[in-house]
Design a protein around this ligand. Sequence first.
Ligand code: MF3
Ligand code: CO
Ligand code: CO
Length: 256
Amino acid sequence: MIMQRSRRTVILKSAREIDIMREANRHTAEVLAMMCEATKPGMSTWDLDQIAREEIDKRPVTSAFLGYYGYPAVVCVSINEEVVHGIPRKDKVIRDGDIVSIDFGLCFEGYVGDTARSIGVGTLSTEAEDLIRVTRECLDQAIALCDPEHRLSDIGKAVETHAQNHHYGVVREFVGHGIGTRMHEEPQVPNYYDGLKPRLRPGLVIAIEPMINIGGHEVRVLDDDWTAVTKDGSWSAHFEDSVAILEDGPVVLSRI
Ligand code: MF3
Ligand code: CO
Ligand code: CO
């Protein structure tokens, strides 16, 4: 989500709500996995959107993206220098060597699941492969700190430290977020250290989503008003998981 001023209060979830969110995220992860498996050179990003639409129709779920601030599709597909929010198009064709970042969200029994993954298509450059691996490691290292002993600020610190160790740029204009009956709830979850923040509390559910660039951290939005690209044209990767914080640590809801 876009970085903005905090407005609402944090909503902690009951065990029952977390069970529903587990189901919501299971559907989300299954459909994302189908899109990842289907991704081949020559197909368009519109084809991926079609796969997701068909799956949504088969399941007891609705899209969390379609119509969100007017968003016209059920999935975001961002390729290479595109960071997030790429709108699927028939003329946007996937090629060998591309990084394809797929972000998918849906609503099940009133609760939202949100997850994203970058994949390499065919034969990748070492640079692209390293970026994808390190971005996933950023997310994994952040998730490992999701317990009541740690603070919200430890998440951004972990992501930023790992990315900077590899001389990558950490996107600042988009952040992770609380998630529940709405896709974007408080708190915001930046991927960089932004001052000391409160401890993580049991019942908090957040989407952690590092967006990491090979070059500088700066992004701009294209004329379609959605697609965010790196300012310097360097390639970018994005991983996102929805994570519940419990007394004894994290439960990653969006992995199957
Ligand atoms: N799922 C994105 C996120 O991780 C937001 C997508 S916005 C939409 O926060 F408009 F495409 F739905
Ligand atoms: Co998302
Ligand atoms: Co998100």
